[in-house]
Design a protein around this ligand. Structure first.
Ligand SMILES: NC(=O)c1ccc[n+]([C@@H]2O[C@H](COP(=O)([O-])OP(=O)(O)OC[C@H]3O[C@@H](n4cnc5c(N)ncnc54)[C@H](OP(=O)(O)O)[C@@H]3O)[C@@H](O)[C@H]2O)c1
Length: 304
């Protein structure tokens, strides 16, 4: 229930997967009023207590977007054509600070450049990590870093199994399927971490890193899980050039990302210690892949 006495959280990306999850979790928690931010408020009326225009490419829209907000959730969309994440996030951080936002939650990713000693080039990870310093130095009373994992949803979306040359349905990826390297999760559950961070700045508002991790698997384990549930998915390891060519937009970037997972894991090595705090802040463990898949793969497979 919204109330005029409650503090307000402004959510960038509210119409998308991450921001949408944040809006729903804040609404379920009931401690804050929620302002959904979108480039097209007319299309999304009723999404939250307020729906206000914000375009990260038009900084002049951001003053009104953050006005009166206690907290702000910020995510940038690397995959949006022409997006400059550094420029967008810098503008948003500055506007949020100028508007008096006290607690900023930034959706970041690991710094692949540093982790790989400069060997691997994954701009949608490293580009976000480079923004952490800007958030840290902006002077917010509280700030928190959340890390989205590989979305389970991707496996029934952009990375859904495809018909292979041998007639099977499965994946052809440039990664050793035996290597356990993928931190994964139901992206809807990022919302619980973010709403928990806003509710507990004492525990998570001083630059803590809160990754969402429902599971940590190899591709063999992903496929075994699914095939135990009645599917017959295959896996073929392919050279990165072959994979990149089959996805003309973003294929090379995705291929390098799988190389990174194989070499260092999604969160980077020695990340186990990072997982306890987000579970505590979210109020429970994130959903395991097998549980999520039983519901979500069943329905998607039935439509084939
Ligand atoms: N897929 C994965 O497994 C994965 C894992 C980790 C991280 N990520 C990261 O997640 C990010 C994307 O987040 P998502 O999955 O939540 O995206 P999404 O579901 O595709 O939605 C994109 C959101 O971004 C908003 N947006 C785009 N351009 C904007 C702009 N110029 N100004 C204001 N809002 C803008 C859109 O809002 P409107 O259209 O309503 O304006 C929409 O709400 C990417 O940067 C990606 O690197 C993805």
């Amino acid at each position: 229930m919204s109330s005029s006495n409650q503090k307000l959280i402004a959510v960038i990306g509210a119409t998308g997967q991450q921001g949408g999850a944040v809006v729903r979790a804040l609404q379920a928690q009931g401690q804050f009023n929620v302002r959904a931010l979108t480039r097209d408020p007319g299309k999304h009326r009723g999404l939250a207590d307020e729906v206000v225009e914000a375009d990260l490419n038009r900084p002049e829209t951001l003053k009104a977007a953050f006005k009166g907000a206690y907290g702000a959730f910020l995510v940038t969309n690397f995959w949006e054509r022409g997006a400059d994440e550094l420029k967008q996030a810098t503008a948003a951080v500055r506007a949020a600070k100028d508007a008096g936002v006290k607690h900023l939650v930034w959706s970041t990713l690991p710094d692949v450049e540093t982790i790989s000693g400069g060997k691997l080039h994954v701009p949608h990870f490293t580009g976000k990590a480079k923004i952490d310093r800007i958030v840290r130095e902006a002077g917010f009373e509280n700030y928190t870093f959340v890390i989205a994992p590989m979305y389970y949803q991707g496996l029934v979306g952009a990375l859904a199994p495809q018909k292979q040359a041998d007639g099977s349905l499965g994946w052809a990826l440039p990664m050793d399927p035996a290597v356990r390297g993928i931190h994964m999760g139901d992206i809807n559950e990022l919302g619980n971490i973010v709403s928990g961070a806003f509710a507990h700045p004492d525990q998570a508002g001083h630059g803590e890193y809160l990754p969402l991790v429902g599971d940590f698997l190899s591709f063999n384990e992903i496929i075994d899980t699914l095939n135990r549930q009645g599917h017959k998915f295959s896996f073929k390891q392919v050279p990165k050039e072959v994979f990149a060519a089959s996805f003309p937009r973003g294929g090379a970037e995705a291929a390098e990302t799988f190389r990174y997972f194989q070499a260092h894991t999604y969160l980077g090595s020695n990340s186990d210690h990072q997982i306890a705090l987000p579970n505590k802040i979210a109020g429970g463990k994130a959903t395991r892949f097998s549980t999520w898949a039983r519901v979500n793969f069943a329905s998607s497979a039935a439509t084939r």
